[in-house]
Ligand binder design. Sequence first.
Ligand code: SAH
Length: 250
Amino acid sequence: MNTTRISRSALQKAAGFGLLITLCFIWTAQSADRSDAEQDYTARRNQMVALQIEARGIRDAKVLDAMKKVRRHDFVPEALRGRAYDDHPLPIGEGQTISQPYIVALMTAAIQPRPDMKVLEIGTGSGYQAAVLAELCRDVYTIEIVESLGRRAEKLLARLYPNVRLRIGDGYLGWPEAAPFDAILVTCAPTKVPEPLADQLAEGGRMVIPVGESWVQELCVLVKKNGRLEKQAAIGVRFVPMVDPRGRKY
Ligand code: SAH
C-alpha cells in the first residue's frame, strides 16, 4: 500500500514537472517567434531606408536614423503589417492613407529638422509622420480632422512620445495658441496655401505642403522671408485633399 501511495505521488509530481517543462517550452518558443518577427521588421526597415530613401538621394543622417528607428508596422492596420515597409502608401481606414516612406522622409528632410524646433503637422492620419518628427524635434503639434483616426493615433503617440500634442479639428486654421512654428508640414492637399498657416510660420521658418487640385499636386517647399513665403522647390505628388468639417475641399 505504502509503496503504491509513494509511487502515485511521485507520478503526480513527475506529471506536474512535465507540464511545467512543456509550458516553459511553449513560452520560450513563442517569445523566440516574437523576437524573430521583431528582427525581421528591423531588417526590413533598414532595407527600406537603404533602398527607398538613401538610394533616392536623401542624405540627412538624422532623418535616416529616425526612419530606421520608428516602427512603421505599429502605425498600419494589423492586417497590413506585412506590407508596412513596402514602397507605397497604405490604407489606414476612413478612406485615408499612411504616406509612402520616401515621401515621409522627403518632407521631413525638407523642413531641415533640428532638436530645438517646434513644428506643426496638419493631417495626423496614422501618427507615423508625427512620430518621425518627434524623434527629431523638441515639440510636435499635430491636427487631424477625422476623430476616429485622431483618437487611434493619440493612443499610440501618447505612449511613445511625450513631446507630441494632438488636436482633433480643422487643420486649415492651424494652432494659433502655440504659434509661431519653426516649421509646418502639411500631409493633405488644399488648392492654395491656407492663410492661417502662412501667418503661423515663424520668420525664416519652412513649410512643406502639397498644393493643387484633387489627386495631382505640387509638393512645395516654402520659406518665410520678410514676412512672405518664397517657393524654393517643388515636385509632383498625390495626396488626399484637405477638407473642411463638412467634407468639402479647401
Ligand atoms: N501624416 C499621415 C498621413 C496623412 S493622410 C501619416 O503619417 O499617416 C492625410 C490626413 O489628413 C488624413 O488623415 C485626413 O483625414 C487629414 N485631413 C484632411 N483634411 C484635414 C484638415 N482640414 N485638418 C486636419 N486633417 C485633415
